[in-house]
Design a protein around this ligand. Structure first.
Ligand SMILES: *Cc1c(COP(=O)(O)O)cnc(C)c1O
Length: 358
């Protein structure tokens, strides 16, 4: 039996995709072997890889002067790869700190270059995005980095920042959740395990003029230019994850693409926030304009009820609702593959739980 899985990541995948993977697991394309057993340099896999890239380009309307890279090491490797590829030790980078993941970004960047924290959400306890007119940008910054969606805090930027420096975004938990204008960005990266596919892959979308600036000591597998020149097959890529990501892209196209997904995601999130706001029992601390569509943290009126909430939810087929260990409470992640019915069942369960325990 399938449950409604609200995990923040690795996260729910579309059932249709899992069924297709199952159906062709032992015999892919009539080859008598699994896609996992095919050489990454075979014609068959190269076609599969290229089709995934083409579908991603179509979904996000990625212009021709951007390269799409399929890397390993997750988003965390990019915390180092971005400064290695785009800075010298003398460079200054501007980083907006909106919580857990931006803190990881900036502490890693400090190993490589000078970091200016252009804005910090501390005064709102990281429950809001600092207003753009309060930011302190550096003249000549190598780039401006932000985290469009803070997966743990449930804080999402309601705008795309402006500035002279190339814009770099960690879109791990928000990519493909709605349309974006790629032209506004110098570089986007996203770990796969939230909205793209299984863990093991990190997608990088980079404007061509930013290639070829890597420091000499940059590890080859993190050097964007070298990886791009080899079509992300400089060494063995995570072939299975890449294949599943391709199936997810096809599924997204069948769903109506990111425009339709955006409408669906907005509706799912608004419904859940409304249910939280209308009750005295549940609470979400994030400023309404900065509330995430993807990750919805909430607390119960009495924290001692957390355990029984989680276990009763589990019995109702609603799993992985525990909040991050640093925050406590609950968090419902509503990625693309979470069907609207999952949110309806969760809201119904929450109302019932509040009635019984309020
Ligand atoms: C999950 C997540 C990461 C970490 O990704 P890894 O693939 O585990 O390195 C980084 N940034 C954001 C915004 C995330 O949601």
């Amino acid at each position: 039996m399938r449950v409604f899985n609200f995990s923040p990541g690795p996260a729910v995948l579309p059932l249709e995709v899992l069924e297709q993977v199952r159906d062709e697991l032992t015999d892919w394309q009539g080859r008598g072997m699994s896609v996992m057993e095919v050489g990454h340099r075979s014609k068959a896999f190269a076609a599969c890889a290229a089709e995934a890239e083409a579908d991603l380009r179509e979904l996000l309307t990625i212009p021709a002067h951007y390269r799409v890279l399929f890397l390993q090491g997750g988003a965390t490797a990019q915390f180092a790869a971005v400064p290695l590829n785009l800075t010298t030790t003398e460079s200054v980078v501007d980083i907006v700190n909106t919580g857990h993941w931006s803190k990881k970004t900036l502490s890693e960047a400090r190993h490589f270059c000078r970091v200016n924290v252009a804005a910090d959400g501390a005064s709102s306890n990281y429950n809001d995005v600092p207003a753009e007119d309060t930011w302190h940008l550096s003249r000549g910054a190598a780039y401006l980095h932000y985290t469009p969606n803070e997966t743990i805090g449930g804080v999402e930027f309601p705008f795309v920042p402006r500035g002279a420096a190339p814009l770099v975004a960690d879109m791990s938990s928000t990519i493909l959740s709605r349309p974006i204008d790629i032209n506004r960005f110098g570089l986007i990266y996203a770990g796969a395990q939230k909205n793209i596919g299984p863990a093991g892959l990190c997608v990088v979308i980079v404007r061509e003029d930013l290639l070829g600036r890597a420091r000499q000591e940059t590890p080859t597998v993190l050097n964007y230019k070298l990886v791009a020149d080899e079509a992300s097959m400089l060494n063995t890529p995570p072939t299975f994850t890449w294949y599943v990501a391709g199936l997810v892209f096809k599924w997204l196209k069948r769903q109506g693409g990111v425009v339709r997904m955006g409408e669906r995601n907005r509706a799912k999130a608004e419904k859940l926030y409304r249910a939280i706001d209308e009750s005295d029992f549940y609470r979400n601390p994030v400023a309404p304009a900065s509330r995430s569509w993807m990750n919805v943290p909430f607390t119960l009126a009495r924290p001692e009820l957390d355990k029984s909430f989680v276990s009763a939810a589990g019995e109702a087929g609603l799993v992985n609702l525990e909040g991050h260990r640093s925050v406590g409470g609950m968090r419902a992640s509503l990625y693309n593959a979470m069907p609207p019915e999952g949110v309806d069942v969760l809201i119904e369960f929450m109302r019932d739980f509040a009635r019984r325990n309020g």
